[in-house]
Design a protein. Structure first.
Length: 115
C-alpha cells in the first residue's frame, strides 16, 4: 500500500478571526495567498486579514485543520503553542518563503517611495 504524501494548502482570509465576515479563499500557492492577503490589508485592514494553512497528513490529529501562518515574530508565538506545526518542515518552509515575499514587498515600496 502506497503511503499518502503529506501536503500543505494555503488560504487567504479577509478576516482571520471570523471567516464568515469576509472572503475566505483556498489558494493554489503561498504566493497567491500572499497577494490576496496584501489586497485585503489595503481594502479591509480593520478586519485583521490573515494567511492560513492546513497540513494534510492522514497520520496526524492536526490533519486538515486550518491555522494562521505567522507573518511576524509576535505571531510566531502562536505557532509555538502547537509543536506539530512549529516543527513541521512544510510550515517552516512556508514561513521562510513568506518572509522573502515580505522583504521583496518592502524593497518595492522603498523603490517606489524613492521615485
Amino acid at each position: 500500500m502506497k503511503k499518502e504524501e503529506i501536503t500543505i494548502t494555503f488560504y487567504a482570509a479577509e478576516c482571520g478571526e471570523f471567516h464568515e465576515m469576509g472572503e475566505y479563499t483556498k489558494c493554489n500557492s503561498l504566493e497567491e495567498a500572499y497577494k490576496k492577503y496584501r489586497k485585503y490589508c489595503k481594502t479591509s485592514g480593520n478586519m485583521c486579514p490573515a494567511i492560513e494553512f492546513s497540513i494534510h497528513d492522514p497520520d496526524s490529529f492536526y490533519s486538515d485543520l486550518e491555522y494562521p501562518l505567522p507573518l511576524s515574530a509576535k505571531d510566531r508565538e502562536l505557532l509555538e503553542l502547537v509543536p506539530y506545526y512549529n516543527e513541521h518542515p512544510l510550515v517552516n518552509e512556508a514561513i521562510r518563503r513568506v518572509e522573502q515575499l515580505q522583504k521583496q514587498q518592502e524593497k518595492k515600496k522603498y523603490r517606489n517611495a524613492a521615485r
